[in-house]
Ligand binder design. Structure first.
Ligand code: ZN
Length: 161
């Protein structure tokens, strides 16, 4: 019991420490690094829907992306992530290979270089926040949930201008 509790709390303690370190360092950095240029929130639900199918960012902007799972189903049954692909990666090809990548939360290790940014896989009631820098090249970048069978409904476009 105690052992499993420690295992659950270990990472969150580390995360809290990491946040504290970031918080301490932030004032020392340049102003633009402290705050994201643009914040985007995407919600996924228990019926495999993203509420955002398209969002716009500027070339080279720092993007803070929040994924919220507004459903109640667990990650194993209705897991969601947001995977933003580089232009050269076809969404269908990525989704097909992702099916076999359960061990790495449906991000195939050999396709990692084709991923611009991704959240972790989350279940009902959870959320994840990531920060990344938008590409220097303008254009449309596809995103999807790479959980098996979800990409048909759960996909969209990040427009970089
Ligand atoms: Zn999903």
């Amino acid at each position: 019991m105690i052992d499993s509790k420690q295992r659950v709390h270990g990472p969150s303690v580390l995360f809290t420490l990491a946040l504290a370190v970031v918080g301490l360092c932030a004032p020392l950095q340049a102003e633009e690094a402290a705050e994201a240029d643009v914040k985007v929130t995407i919600s996924g639900n228990d019926t495999m829907q993203f509420d955002v199918k398209e969002f716009e960012v500027g070339v080279g902007q720092t993007v803070e992306l929040t994924l919220k799972h507004t459903g109640a189903l667990p990650k194993a049954a209705m897991g969601h992530n947001v995977v933003i692909l580089k232009k050269e990666m076809a969404l269908m090809d990525f989704a097909m290979k992702a099916v076999a990548a359960a061990a790495t939360e449906y991000i195939p290790a050999d396709l990692a270089e084709n991923v611009l940014a991704h959240t972790k896989l989350i279940g009902g009631g959870e959320e994840d926040v990531i920060t990344f820098v938008a590409p220097a090249e303008a254009g449309n970048y596809e995103f999807l949930c790479s959980f098996p069978g979800h990409f048909g409904l759960m996909k969209g476009i990040m427009i970089v201008k």
